[in-house]
Design a protein. Structure first.
Length: 153
């Protein structure tokens, strides 16, 4: 799974140049030979000065031979409710590339234009790409500033 994630995302400079958080959870579809997977980071972040418990998704990948069959969508449909019910998350949070926004919008995610900051060894940095949020209700969440309170995922 890790090699598939590297092959998918290491082509982007922002991915190669960023220090990433270690995931707390991994989810997959397809048994011992997963066809799709992703990682999740549980964290309390600061949104407009308030503590908010989030489920941070990263590295959602469908293996190339399995693409176009809805595996990633099915995996998210099966697991997203558990973020809120079992893990106690108030929001889902995702950092992603432009090309992925239509997929996540279909899955109920909403783009935010909030300023997103995060920690790195060199200090506090600002995320230069997209941030999407998912609420249990499906309604968009407004935010002006999001502090990831550590490394991004």
């Amino acid at each position: 799974m890790e090699s598939a994630a590297r092959a998918e995302f290491e082509q982007f400079a922002i991915v190669r140049e960023t220090e990433w958080a270690s995931p707390d959870w991994s989810f997959s579809l397809g048994g011992q030979e997963p066809v799709a997977f992703y990682h999740l980071v549980e964290r309390t972040v600061r949104i407009d000065g308030e503590d908010v418990r989030v489920a941070g998704i990263n590295n959602l990948v469908t293996l190339p031979a399995q693409r176009g069959r809805g595996a990633a969508s099915e995996l998210l449909r099966r697991t997203q409710p558990g973020w809120f019910e079992s893990l106690g998350a108030q929001l889902g949070l995702l950092l992603c590339a432009d090309a992925l926004i239509p997929f996540y919008r279909k899955m109920g995610w909403h783009q935010t234009h909030a300023k997103v900051t995060f920690g790195q060894a060199r200090g506090t940095c600002t995320w230069a790409a997209n941030c999407l949020l998912l609420t249990p209700s499906g309604r968009p969440e407004s935010a002006r500033e999001i502090d990831l309170c550590g490394r991004p995922w």
